[in-house]
Design a protein around this ligand. Structure first.
Ligand SMILES: Cc1ncc(COP(=O)(O)O)c(C=O)c1O
Length: 470
């Protein structure tokens, strides 16, 4: 396996560059991190006070526990977010490349979404009745993604859970297959890892309701033989996957791999669900349309309503015919596919405005070239310093990693993690006005991001490296 054990083992990293030997000094990472944490505390007194007070009533001092993962001794408290910028309560303004971890991929408060939401709030937020926007949204999703039938959900997690239920209903099978290194939300079947050839609960996950061996099969991405073997037993209802993995860094599919997945799922009567929540970064119709894929189901979430909680899943004609009976039976209220607030009027108005005016080809025409520029600048900086790192672009998304070549699967990606270095780089950015997603070295471009934003990152990235060399 081509993982760089050098990257995570010794106190120093050595590149294999021919011309010069570059070393990252881990003692320096620790020392500079300390200095940066001190600086952060000094320059964010209001955030610190709010965090301390919030901690007396909110778990961890935050409304949702992931927010403690930001680098530094406490998270910044946001005051305002607009376009590609966030201003915090201490008056600092940041170039935001995290963009709400994709929820705000098309910018904070896009004008069209803000207008539609403001108007709908005054016309009714939630009524348990459809509004006219339903028609526009359904037709648009069918047109964009190539699947004829859709339903709203509240989050991408929801959309994935509902899709798995439909797949079970259609096939009469129970198991689900996912890929090592995946993340599909808090879907119990998918909070797993492949360890010593066995499916096990993901490290850090609270205990699942049943042993994942009962619910889940897991294989490595880009290993078609392993997938085919896992499906031949005929007990897998669905393969749930991102067409390019994004949750342990970006892992692109090998040439022909996704054709193989389609063929293997079709041959074994397994439903192929593509989770486009993150890979929507590839184009207006997601990776599916950009690369001509033909899945049985698609799930969407995060940016679909410009940050208002909303999601959706779509299904093929064949799957619709197989499952419509139970979906719309008299017992529909308890079939496990919805929720009281799901499909509310506000969410539909936000989805319509966002799909119509925000998630547009024009937006991608700005975002993708900018992502290319970001990626090339990071790659150039890595080369200049002869570091054994790399960076990958997927549409509007870029991720750099501390190993020399792109990983082919989750195991390789996970082995290259370097939490100390990761935190250091994020904190260094934060102190200089840049937000990167805490769990990744990932940057997202929005329609509001600029060349100047990218150049700012490039300069800070270079400085952060130079501080820890030798
Ligand atoms: C690919 C993918 N699917 C689903 C989800 C779940 O999204 P949510 O937390 O909005 O339910 C995530 C979250 O990161 C994701 O990355």
């Amino acid at each position: 396996m081509h993982v760089g054990p050098r990257l995570s083992l010794g106190p120093k990293l050595r590149s294999s560059g021919r011309h010069k030997m570059v070393e990252i000094n881990r003692a320096k990472i620790e020392a500079v991190s300390k200095r940066e944490a001190h600086e952060f505390s000094k320059t964010h007194p209001r955030s610190r006070r709010m965090f301390e007070r919030a901690g007396k009533s909110m778990i961890g001092g935050v409304p949702m526990n992931w927010m403690v993962e930001w680098p530094g001794p406490f998270p910044i408290f946001a005051k305002k977010a607009k376009g590609s910028k966030i201003t915090d309560v201490d008056g600092h303004t940041y170039v935001d490349f995290c963009l709400g971890d994709t929820g705000a991929m098309f910018g904070h408060c896009p004008e069209a979404t803000a207008r539609a939401v403001t108007a709908q709030v005054r016309r009714g937020i939630t009524t348990m009745l459809p509004t006219e926007d339903t028609i526009w949204v359904g037709e648009e999703l069918a047109h964009r993604f190539g699947l004829p039938y859709w339903q709203a959900a509240m989050t991408a997690t929801d959309a994935n859970r509902f899709s798995l239920r439909i797949a079970r209903e259609a096939t009469g099978r129970r198991k689900v297959l996912v890929f090592n290194g995946c993340y599909h939300g808090t879907v119990d079947e998918a909070l797993v890892r492949l360890v010593n050839g066995k499916v096990t609960p993901r490290e850090g996950a609270m205990p699942p309701p049943v042993d994942p061996e009962i619910t889940t099969k897991i294989v490595e991405f880009n290993d078609l033989t392993a997938l085919e073997e896992a499906l031949t037993t005929g007990d897998v209802a669905a393969v749930l996957m991102e067409p390019a993995m994004t949750n342990c860094g970006i892992i692109l599919p090998a040439e022909g791999y996704l054709d193989g997945v389609r063929e293997a799922t079709q041959r074994t009567g397994t439903i192929w669900i593509i989770d486009e929540t993150h890979t929507w970064c590839a184009g207006p119709g997601g990776y599916t349309r950009a690369y001509g894929l033909k899945p049985d189901m698609i799930t969407l979430g995060k940016p679909i309503a410009g940050g208002i909680p909303a999601a959706a899943f779509g299904l093929s004609q064949e799957l619709y015919e197989k499952t419509i009976g139970n979906m719309l039976a008299e017992t529909t209220g308890v079939n496990g596919l919805g929720g009281t607030l799901t499909g509310n009027a506000l969410a539909l108005a936000a989805m319509r405005a966002t799909l119509e005016k925000v998630i547009t080809t024009k937006a991608y025409n700005h975002m993708i070239p900018l992502a290319k520029k970001f990626n090339e600048s990071v790659q150039r900086t890595i080369r200049e310093h002869d570091l054994p790192w790399h960076s990958v672009q997927l549409g509007t998304r870029i991720e750099y990693r501390f190993r020399p070549t792109p990983p082919r699967n989750g195991a390789e990606a996970i082995a290259a993690k370097d939490p100390l270095l990761n935190k250091y780089m994020h904190l260094y950015d934060l102190n200089r006005g840049i937000l990167l997603t805490p769990f990744h070295n990932m940057a997202l471009m929005s329609p509001y991001s600029t060349r100047k934003d990218v150049d700012l990152h490039t300069n800070i990235f270079r400085d952060s490296i130079q501080e820890i060399l030798g």
